[in-house]
Design a protein around this ligand. Sequence first.
Ligand code: AMP
Length: 308
Amino acid sequence: MSILVVGSVALDSVETPFGSADRVIGGSGVFFTAAASLLAPVRLVGVVGDDYPLEKLDFLTERGVDLSGVERAEGESFFWAGRYSHDLSSRDTLETRLGVFADFKPRIPEAYRDSRYVFLGNIDPVLQLEVLDQMREPAAVICDTMNYWIEGSRDALVELLKRVDILMVNDAEARQLAGDHNLLGAARWIQERGPRLVVVKKGEHGAILFGPDWMFFVPGFPLEVIFDPTGAGDAFAGGFVGHMASVDSQEPDDLRRAMVYGSVMGSYAVESFSVDRFRSLDEKEILHRVMQFKQMTSFEHQLVESDG
Ligand code: AMP
């Protein structure tokens, strides 16, 4: 089943303790697509400026991704620069330049409007609402956001939540949005405003899925080398929604497996700069890591009746 994704198509400059990358391809839409397209058909809507090296996205087209919804406008592409701390556990945004994104009005091509799954990547919630207005009847709307919009476009974001099925945020964003330091409390606050499910990502520590009356926890995959954490959250979303769309189900067991696919794709994202790891990643490697998760997290426990 097809996924429509609307998100940033960016140029990123990133500094980590292991090196730096200057003006490499990135953005929420690109990281999501690079991961999700390994599992299900993806259509990407976004905008780039005349400085964008579109040929660097050829590997996506070769994999069947429909990029005809990526507009090219006159001006500078969205640009983001960030620097990571020594242990990669935090990052500072050094610069965000909206460029052509500032005047972007998402136009969903007619052929995309019946997509069953809609992923609203991290962009202005006003634009995320405009996307939903153009869609027919998606089976699920999954939405990401970040502190930039929680602070700057809070009212539109709360309005948007009414029309979202699954909100995906990191732990700091969940706390900030809900104004509650307790994650359970924050998830309930969000669920009361619309989304049936909330996925809270916790970086290398994994992610939690909050259902109506159940929870599921997936760890982060333990890696020897973490090169660049940029885009891990979007790649997680790509794995999660990609699996959901490939089995076309939102049953709890499928959602649990989707969480594992999310964590697998997040772990691959951090192994290289930009989307480089996704250029060569194949189905066998993905499945291998999924099975490693199964082996690392499942256990038997026999209940022994006490005779006392
Ligand atoms: P993540 O590491 O998953 O939070 O995603 C990082 C990606 O988000 C980078 O490739 C940036 O280009 C993109 N990004 C950063 N800030 C914004 C923003 N305000 N709006 C949209 N995309 C952004």
